[in-house]
Design a protein around this ligand. Structure first.
Ligand SMILES: Cc1cc2nc3c(=O)[nH]c(=O)nc-3n(C[C@H](O)[C@H](O)[C@H](O)COP(=O)(O)O)c2cc1C
Length: 229
């Protein structure tokens, strides 16, 4: 399955065999080069042993992806954008993956990373059982009219994006060829980056993201940027 197709089959995996991912597969993961939303923002990714992190979840994986970033304007959208591409890629390799907002680095065992902020981690590994969805109805998602000012089939990949506690904080408003992207007042910009990455993966050749001066927030929703697809 391609990454583009994976958007409509993926799911967060929370059941793993416990077997470590081998070196060859780790090499593949480390050589995957996702496209950034903001190329100038420095980002660091490591694959570390479970002992280097703390997470109060009832399941675990032997290895975890940890993500650090320079803390600057747009860094959260950038991380969501980059690592959702990796999320899709890992699933095309047959691995299970789950973003872990509740995870933290273990200060006793983790190496210090200078001038960067720890942002988030993703658990990944060999899934126990079938890691995919086989019917779009198995996704719990808002309706199109709850996420956009008018029905637009081109936004379906964004509608299916994962988000922290399934909050789906994105909202899209059309103006000519552009679609302005907003984030609900309590939503995370990381989730917006995730939704944008589904648009990028789907419309790779034509996707363009830009910020337009003078666009105001909308009923408490923050303006994040605009896309053409
Ligand atoms: C930024 C982010 C943080 C998340 N943190 C957690 C987490 O700490 N624990 C967990 O079990 N799931 C976590 N999830 C997974 C979401 O709960 C899940 O994506 C959402 O409920 C939609 O389900 P789906 O991914 O299976 O489609 C997180 C997802 C995102 C995008």
């Amino acid at each position: 399955m391609t990454m583009k197709e994976m958007i409509f089959s993926r799911k967060s995996c929370r059941s793993f065999t416990g077997q470590a991912v081998d070196g060859e597969m780790i090499e593949k993961i480390l050589s995957f080069e996702p496209k950034p939303l903001y190329p100038q923002i420095k980002v660091r990714m490591d694959i570390v042993g479970r002992e280097q992190v703390k997470c109060i979840c009832p399941w675990t994986t032997p290895q975890v992806i940890t993500v650090y970033s320079e803390e600057t304007d747009g860094y959260l959208e950038n991380i969501g954008f980059l690592f959702q591409q990796l999320d899709l890629y890992l699933q095309t390799l047959g691995l299970g993956v789950c973003w872990l907002g509740m995870g933290r680095m273990n200060p006793k065992t983790a190496e210090a990373v200078e001038e960067m902020r720890f942002v988030i981690m993703l658990a990944f590994g060999h899934p126990k059982g079938d890691p995919l969805r086989h019917d779009r109805k198995a996704f719990k998602r808002k309706r199109m009219d709850q996420i956009a000012d008018c029905p637009d089939p081109k936004l379906e990949p964004a509608r299916f994006a994962p988000s922290a506690v399934n909050s789906q904080p994105w909202y899209f408003v059309h103006e000519g060829d552009a679609i302005h992207v907003y984030c609900a007042s309590k939503g995370s910009m990381l989730d917006i980056g995730i939704a944008l990455s589904h648009l990028y993966v789907t419309y790779e050749d034509t996707f363009r993201f830009f910020r337009t001066e003078g666009i105001r927030d909308l009923n408490g929703r923050r303006y994040v940027g605009s896309v053409t697809l």
